[in-house]
Design a protein around this ligand. Structure first.
Ligand code: FES
Length: 139
């Protein structure tokens, strides 16, 4: 399987791995295709994601896409984070082999799940803002 240099870089040297103890939103999602799990922690001030970290039991492609996704949403607004797609993350990594596309969905869904948790904790109905966090049967 051919991985781009950027994928290898983010896999061997992943950014933002770990937990945030006083996170404002925590999302955990599972990948129906492989059973792997991703947990995403967000720190939010005002409307801005000031910090984010992730932990995953996923494969190398999941590590690399999550690393890149956290880099892409850190310092951005919630709206911008909600617009982040797994495709944009894959493009930023110069692509993934087709059989690994489902791995990249894990990060996108975990960000949405963490924002869902954030709004729920604020007493705000998350669904109109975040949309449904779909199960990951399809890619
Ligand atoms: Fe499960 Fe990649 S094989 S996340």
């Amino acid at each position: 399987m051919n991985y781009s240099a950027k994928v290898m870089d983010h896999f061997t040297n992943p950014r933002n791995v770990g937990e945030i103890e006083d996170a404002d939103g925590i999302g955990e999602v599972g990948n129906a295709k492989c059973g792997d799990i991703m947990k995403m922690y967000l720190k939010i001030e005002g409307n801005v994601i000031t910090d984010c970290k992730f932990k995953t039991f996923g494969c190398g492609a999941a590590v690399a896409t999550s690393s890149m996704a956290t880099e892409m949403i850190k310092g951005r607004t919630i709206d911008e984070a909600l617009q982040l797609t797994n495709r944009a993350v894959m493009e930023a990594l110069d692509g993934l082999p087709p059989v690994k596309i489902h791995c990249s969905v894990l990060a996108e869904q975990a960000v949405k799940a963490a924002l869902w948790d954030y709004y729920t904790k604020q007493g705000v109905d998350p669904e109109p803002i975040v949309g449904k966090v779909p199960d990951m049967e399809e890619e």
